[in-house]
Design a protein around this ligand. Structure first.
Ligand code: ZN
Ligand code: ZN
Length: 134
């Protein structure tokens, strides 16, 4: 299918080609803090599928475990919108679904990091949930 998106100010745009691997809701405390919301919605894809135009800032985040896993959380330096998290060890990227130009097709298939879920959050129609990351 393919999709496009942009940050709040429009200085960063991107194209996502082909079929994504999955759409996932992440309840982890880091996504809550970065987004300022209760969870993040992520379109999971391979790095090759994503083409970003414009400059991204990068926050290098060390994982909560000690095995050296880390995530590059990338954002628009002008408006601060989170655009994509690059999971380098896993070889996947998580595009922040709220930045898509058309979100009407978004149907999350899985919830992860449910241990950190805020108690009032009840999401209907998501087939799979995991206590921690997939
Ligand atoms: Zn921006
Ligand atoms: Zn998360």
């Amino acid at each position: 299918m393919g999709a496009s998106g942009h940050c709040l100010c429009g200085k960063v745009t991107y194209e996502l080609s082909g079929e994504p691997i999955a759409t996932a809701v992440c309840h982890c405390s880091h996504c809550q803090r970065q987004s300022g919301g209760a969870f993040s919605v992520n379109v999971i894809a391979l790095p090759d599928q994503l083409t970003v135009t414009g400059e991204l800032g990068t926050y290098v985040e060390t994982g909560e475990n000690d095995d050296g896993e880390y995530v590059h959380r990338r954002f628009c330096p002008s408006c601060g919108s989170p655009i994509v998290s690059e999971m380098l060890q896993a070889g996947i990227v998580a595009v922040k679904a709220g930045t898509l130009d058309d979100t009407s097709h978004i149907r999350p298939a899985v919830e992860v990091w449910c241990t950190d879920r805020q108690p009032w959050v009840e999401l209907a129609g998501i087939p799979m949930s995991m206590e921690r990351e997939g």
